[in-house]
Write a protein that binds this ligand. Structure first.
Ligand code: ADP
Ligand code: MG
Length: 190
């Protein structure tokens, strides 16, 4: 109806529209491109550490676009405060797109993952077994094509997921992981 006015709505979207071009980040983007180009010839884990608003997610977004353009699949998880106490919530987000291939895992790791994600299984998902199983699943997925793992706002990931990510990051051969943190002490990779 012409002329009729409605009250203003507030739209809240997850993820701000990223900048088309990153200003003053050639050193950082160069570093990211270098590890993307090395993918397949070794394992790299790149941690991006900095204060809120400094451009960590924007760098990850760009890395993801580069990966997409090169036919590299990305698995992404984003830490959120509201899920920080939910064991394996972050890992679940990361692995969800490849959970369908868990049938290719041996019986035990498949059941451990299913227990961790509460989709069945009768095994105790202790962190070491869950880490082994998640690593196996990622390796299985990487058999069918290059893969990168992305963890944004990793400081808000639940502790169990963070430990599994660090476990995988130390075993990327080949493979690539990007993670952002507000504080560099959060993830012990080397
Ligand atoms: N180098 C840059 N050039 C242009 N815009 C940027 C740059 N870095 C960040 N931004 C923009 O600033 C805002 C905050 O960046 P963001 O990546 O969300 O920060 P962080 O993840 O570190 O909290 C976003 O809208 C982003 O697109
Ligand atoms: Mg961010």
């Amino acid at each position: 109806m012409a002329g009729r006015r409605y009250p203003r709505l507030v739209i809240v979207a997850t993820g701000a529209e990223p900048a088309a071009e990153l200003v003053g980040r050639s050193a950082e983007t160069g570093r990211i491109d270098a590890v993307l180009n090395r993918l397949g010839r070794g394992g790299d884990a790149l941690l991006i550490v900095g204060d809120p608003g400094i451009g960590k997610s924007a760098l990850l977004h760009r890395a993801r676009l580069r990966a997409d353009a090169a036919g590299i699949r990305s698995l992404v998880t984003v830490g959120v405060e509201s899920e920080a106490e939910l064991a394996y919530a972050g890992l679940h987000q990361l692995l969800q797109p490849i959970l369908g291939i868990r049938e290719m895992l041996p019986d035990r790791p498949r059941r451990v993952l299913e227990a961790a994600f509460c989709i069945g299984g009768d095994l105790e998902p202790d962190p070491f077994r869950a880490a082994l199983a998640a690593h196996q699943l990622v390796c299985e997925a990487a058999e069918s094509g290059p893969l990168i793992l992305i963890a944004d706002d990793a400081h808000w990931l639940d502790q169990s997921s963070l430990e599994v990510l660090a476990f995988i990051a130390r075993r990327l051969k080949p493979g690539l992981m990007f993670a952002t943190f507000r504080d560099k002490s959060a993830m012990q990779i080397p």
